[in-house]
Design a protein around this ligand. Structure first.
Ligand code: FUB
Ligand code: ZN
Length: 696
């Protein structure tokens, strides 16, 4: 049943409510399925909303089960330091070049054609509309930190072209038109067609843009889709058609829509979708792959398509943050344990298998074959951000940091113009035939027809300042470290400035200045990273005890202007081993210094011209790693040097030979490592994160 009337059902109910007795309105609502969906006629239950300028990356201001509240993206200015270059490049290069790529690949023509403004055919896959919406979200976050009139003008024009094709029913999608119109929201389409995935991204883009500008044009179109098209026709009611999200995304968007509008019904709808509706005929493998279609709370492990699973976990955590449903929290923690015990790459990436872009079995973490899609690492960070908000526990921030500095940061080239779709942990440019994401042996490309990752990276970097801090009922949490200034307030309204001075992640020294508008007692929760084994923390020059790796250190006192916290984290380079069940990492180590995971690129090795490939290198675990900063290399990176050996090239032995054959002597060498995020920014070269070792 699809509503075709020009007069929407929402407006019908609103209009008739003033004319009819309550019982008649209830009967009208019941006939539309609203009663069965929500238990009572559409509830007028609303929660207070936040001023659009004051909402964070997600708005947890009124979320009853959020221990931590988000701080607006605009309240934190990231100054010159590690992230500033990336963020400048994002706005100067990535967002504009992606705009041109989206236009050149027909993503806006898809909308214009339906408005009679283009004669180009439909281009791109079923999820192409989401490319525009994710890019709009990146723009929205960017405009939250400062107006850019030209960018605003061109985005406004795109938004006008998008909303122009919304049908009177509220439906909006460029793909399911013409001879495909009859396929709309069919069960087969729901599983593969991404209609609700597109709308989820539209809502997220619309909300970010609204929080930047106060402009509701796109937001109102998203609301019309949900209120006029979706809710009246789809849901659990006997006269409604069931929903399966196909690619989770709509769930978290609906919860954010509820936070933005104060309308409870969107949370209920998210809950219904997360629960799954048994009326949709699904095969067991679809339920695994799509990570939806059965009660979320019945999940026991991460499996199926990695981005789908991560987005489902985001939606489920959002649902928990609003409802406090304990069965969700239990499931989410079990899944998180599965993530960190079995599925997480050392670079914070997830999703081992190219086939189905999927999670593998426990400990199935291949290196060269790793899929590690940029979107999956971003989904991982977004999920952990929500888990952190629910709990205040630093173990979630450790995962955010691991993903952000490594498996996400690697996704965008240093010049911001090309992107990794996959983020493998070993690479051989000669492997092109095996990898559909390589073009001319290059893993970074400006455009993919499935271009989900580039705008996802752009929205992440544009919103980064919103991840630095949270507030709680008793103070402020400091999650991430970089030169920055926050101007926000405590929950009691006291203005608060927090300034950071640091050379993190290259150095472990962080100086924080805390300046409340008036002297106040509260807690500064400073994060002690899990990798930092020895730590010192001083408050106004005096040692403050109790810092433990992987925890927030609570510093409660009466703070007054210019109070200081000085922290020194332990930047010893760690050689990590993996659980022996990770077969590809057996006999190998990875290097991590601070939050940065390192890798070898062949072209950095002193002997790289001698014809040996990376497989010939070994590091000596009793050797001492030295770190030195190279300001002109790869935009300025710390380079590690570690004693090792290099053996004969592979061609010097046969494929197989008796184990009793004496090993050919290996020559001493120094292995040079660069940060993993910076790999593949020069000529194509072999790369490896996990390196064979010899233990003394
Ligand atoms: O299906 C939409 C997006 O395309 C997914 O999230 C990515 O994994 C890619 O397949
Ligand atoms: Zn992607």
């Amino acid at each position: 049943m699809i509503v075709k009337d020009r007069f929407s059902r929402r407006r019908f109910i609103t209009a008739t409510a003033s004319m009819l007795p309550a019982a008649s309105v209830y009967a009208s609502a019941k006939s539309m399925g609203l009663v069965s969906m929500f238990g009572t006629a559409q509830r007028a239950e609303t929660t207070p909303t936040t001023n659009w300028r004051d909402a964070g990356v997600i708005d947890l201001s009124h979320s009853p089960y959020a221990k931590l509240k988000t701080v607006p993206v605009r309240a934190v200015v990231i100054q010159d330091g590690f992230w500033s270059q990336r963020r400048k490049t994002n706005v100067a290069s990535s967002i504009p070049s992606m705009h041109d790529d989206l236009i050149n690949h027909g993503r806006m023509d898809n909308f214009k054609r339906l408005a009679g403004k283009s004669s180009e055919p439909q281009k791109g896959p079923v999820y192409s509309d989401s490319d525009i919406y994710k890019w709009t979200e990146a723009v929205g976050f960017q405009l939250q930190v400062g107006d850019q009139p030209e960018l605003r003008k061109s985005t406004d024009a795109m938004i006008r072209d998008v909303v122009a094709i919304q049908e009177p029913s509220g439906y909006l999608n460029t793909y399911y038109n013409g001879d495909k119109k009859t396929l709309r929201m069919q069960y087969d389409t729901q599983t593969t067609g991404h209609e609700l995935y597109n709308i989820g991204h539209m809502l997220q883009g619309a909300i970010a843009y609204y929080r930047a500008t106060g402009d509701r044009t796109l937001l109102d179109a998203g609301i019309r889709f949900v209120d006029d098209f979706l809710i009246p026709n789809y849901g659990p009611g006997a006269n409604q058609k069931a929903i399966v999200s196909g690619h989770p995304e709509i769930e978290m968007a609906l919860v954010e829509l509820s936070r933005t509008t104060g309308e409870r019904k969107y949370i209920d709808l998210a809950g219904y979708i997360l629960h799954g509706d048994a009326r949709v005929p699904l095969k067991p493998q679809q339920i695994v792959y799509m990570y939806c279609g059965m009660p979320f709370t019945s999940r026991t492990k991460l499996e199926g398509h990695a981005v789908r699973a991560m987005y489902a976990c985001c939606g489920a955590t959002d649902y928990y943050l609003e409802t406090g449903d304990a069965s969700y929290w239990k499931t989410l923690n079990a899944l998180w344990d599965d993530l960190t015990a079995h599925q997480l790459y050392v670079n914070g990436g997830v999703g081992a298998r190219a086939a189905g872009e999927a999670f593998g079995d426990a400990y199935e973490l291949p290196n060269a074959q790793a899929y590690g899609e940029s979107c999956a690492a971003i989904g991982n960070m977004m999920w952990n951000w929500r888990m952190l908000a629910a709990s205040g526990e630093a173990k979630f921030t450790d995962v955010i940091e691991r993903a952000l500095y490594n498996g996400i940061n690697s996704g965008m080239s240093l010049d911001g113009k090309t992107y990794c779709y996959r983020n493998p942990l070993a690479f051989d440019p000669a492997g092109e035939s095996r990898d559909r994401h390589l073009v001319d042996g290059k893993i970074r490309n400006a455009w993919y027809d499935t271009t989900c990752c580039p705008p996802n990276l752009e929205r992440t970097f544009a919103s980064l300042s919103g991840y630095f801090y949270s507030t709680s009922s008793d103070g402020v949490y400091v999650h991430l470290y970089d030169n920055s200034e926050m101007n926000w307030n405590l929950h009691d309204g006291t203005g608060l400035k927090v300034e950071q001075k640091t050379n993190y992640p290259w150095s472990g020294e962080v100086k924080i200045k805390v300046s409340p508008a008036t002297p106040s007692e509260f807690v500064m929760y400073v994060r002690i990273p899990g990798w930092s084994t020895k730590n010192t923390v001083k408050v106004n020059g005096k040692e403050f005890a109790g810092a433990k790796p992987g925890q927030y250190l609570a510093i409660r006192r009466r703070w007054s202007a210019d109070d200081t916290i000085d922290m020194q984290f332990d930047m010893t380079t760690h050689l990590l081993k993996a659980n022996p069940a990770v077969t590809e990492d057996r006999g190998r180590v990875a290097f991590q210094r601070g939050p940065i995971v390192f890798c070898m690129e062949h072209l950095d090795q002193p002997d790289h011209s001698s014809g040996m490939n990376l497989a010939g290198y070994t590091v000596l675990t009793d050797g001492v790693t030295t770190a030195h900063f190279e300001p002109t290399l790869l935009d300025g990176v710390m380079v590690l040097s570690h004693p090792g050996t290099i053996s004969k090239s592979a061609t010097d032995t046969g494929l197989y030979f008796p184990a009793s054959t004496p090993e050919a002597p290996a020559s001493p060498t120094t292995v040079r490592l660069i940060p993993y995020y910076a790999w593949a920014n020069r000529d194509p070269a072999s790369m490896q994160v996990w390196i064979p070792y010899k233990q003394a």
